[in-house]
Design a protein around this ligand. Structure first.
Ligand SMILES: [Zn+2]
Length: 192
């Protein structure tokens, strides 16, 4: 049931992403499901992920200004650094309490999910993972004889990263729910 709600959110994210205007909702649903599944599976069996993990230590930096920028965290590749926005994390924790969502997002899970989310983005940037992801999504850009070239599906990384964070942190709902609710709450506060 909750999975269905999270899938709806993922489909909406794709539908609102440039290049997907007017696409068949069934196709968007298929991409959303595949991207979520791929993200979840990254926690379990991704050999590549484990190899990358061993070679890459990512430093974490805390900073403010996330609410203004609309960010929980941000990954920078050179050198590998994850910036966590403490103000966004704190506001999201308050939102969880206000909405009665603690059973889905336990205390402290917002920061953990933000870190996991950025870690997933970092993995999805690696060529072998990226190639496998594109193959799984199956968005064909070009056919050359028997060869198929796959196109990037805009927004799919975001869905996979949320699904990874949910699985890695054992959350009852996708952090996408929190992201959307927070965006709505913050824009309401700034307008009033
Ligand atoms: Zn992201």
């Amino acid at each position: 049931m909750n999975d269905d709600h999270d899938l709806d959110l993922a489909v909406r994210l794709l539908a609102g992403t440039p290049t997907h205007e007017g696409r068949d909702p069934a196709l968007l649903g298929q991409w959303a499901r595949t991207a979520s599944e791929f993200g979840r599976r990254m926690t379990l069996r991704h050999e590549t992920v484990r190899v990358i993990e061993r070679h890459e230590t990512v430093r974490v930096i805390e900073r403010d200004g996330g609410l203004e920028a609309g960010l929980f965290a941000r990954y920078r590749s050179r050198p590998p650094v994850v910036e966590v926005y403490a103000d966004t994390v704190a506001r999201a924790e308050r939102l969880v309490a206000e909405r009665g969502w603690r059973h889905w997002f336990p205390e402290g899970s917002v920061r953990a999910a933000a870190l996991a989310h950025e870690q997933a983005h970092a993995w999805l940037h690696h060529a072998p993972v990226r190639a496998e992801f594109k193959r799984a999504l199956g968005h064909t850009a070009l056919r050359l004889g028997r060869r198929r070239l796959y196109a990037y599906v805009a927004g799919a990384d975001e869905i996979a990263a949320h699904a990874y964070a949910q699985a890695a942190c054992g959350l009852g709902r996708s952090p996408l729910l929190l992201t959307e609710a927070l965006a709505a709450a913050v824009s309401f506060e700034s307008e009033n």
